[in-house]
Write a protein that binds this ligand. Structure first.
Ligand code: 13P
Length: 249
């Protein structure tokens, strides 16, 4: 059985006040113990979040990391620095990193390796653009992104990954993939992983991301190959985020 994970990616939003409000709201919401919940705030809130979330069952994530462990990389943050902030999860290859900051598949792979080496759980983000979907290239693009990472890792490393399918055209647009569209891609990814190693396919947590909201979460999360959500906009609103967590339980 794969335990669902609901992760809130705050992107470049939020504040210490929101962090405290969110923690209070989540801890009094009685989220089912069968659901993992992670908050992924900006770097500047991580050290405070370590204290705010201590003694709670909430996990802390970061939005990216640099592949090197230290050095002259002005403005960057390493895996060890994240660990010191109490971070357990880190997003890698989010489409905004790929498109706005030029991270290609090799850059994504280097970050995945750095995260795994530091004992962090990477959440590998994958997904096609609208243009790629319309050109019937979903399988080529998505499996290409998966393959670059999976083929380079040992079985033990692969087993520590989480993946998030986020169709680029559904991110922040209010245009969600239908449950059928999302399930179809998730099933395709799982079949590819199972072909490589049945235990890998069976165990991989595949999250869906892209305009997941309180009113569409239950239907998406009830799909057999969707094991949770990576939530953007709705993760900034405590009531909405809690409703999504409840839908997973
Ligand atoms: P939205 O939920 O705002 O569409 O963002 C999804 C996302 O990019 C999460 O990483």
């Amino acid at each position: 059985m794969r335990k669902p994970l609901i992760a809130g990616n705050w992107k470049m939003n939020g504040s210490l006040a929101l962090l405290e409000t969110m923690k209070q709201a989540l801890t009094s919401a009685n989220i089912a113990s069968g659901v993992d919940v992670a908050i992924i705030p900006p770097f500047t809130l991580l050290m405070s979040a370590k204290g705010v979330l201590a003694e709670s069952s909430l996990s802390l994530g970061a939005q990216t990391l640099h592949p090197e462990s230290s050095g002259a990389y002005t403005g960057e943050i390493s895996a060890d620095m994240l660990t010191e902030c109490g971070v357990s999860h880190v997003l890698v290859g989010h489409s905004e990193r790929r498109t706005l900051f030029g991270e290609d598949d090799q850059a994504v792979l280097a970050r995945i390796r750095a995260a795994l080496d530091a004992g962090l759980t990477p959440i590998l983000c994958i997904g096609e653009t609208l243009e790629e979907r319309e050109a019937d290239r979903v399988e080529t693009v998505v499996l290409g992104q998966v393959k670059t990472v999976i083929d380079d890792l040992s079985a033990e490393q692969r087993s520590r990954l989480v993946m998030a399918y986020e169709p680029v055209w559904a991110i922040g647009t209010g245009r969600t993939a239908t449950p059928e569209q999302a399930q179809q891609v998730h099933a395709m990814i799982r079949a590819w992983l199972s072909d490589k190693d049945p235990a890998l396919g069976e165990g991989m947590r595949l999250l869906y991301g892209g305009s997941m909201k309180a009113d569409n979460a239950a239907e998406l999360l009830s799909q057999p190959d969707i094991d949770g959500g990576l939530i953007g906009g709705a993760s900034l609103k405590p009531d909405d985020f809690i409703a999504i967590c409840h839908a997973a339980g």
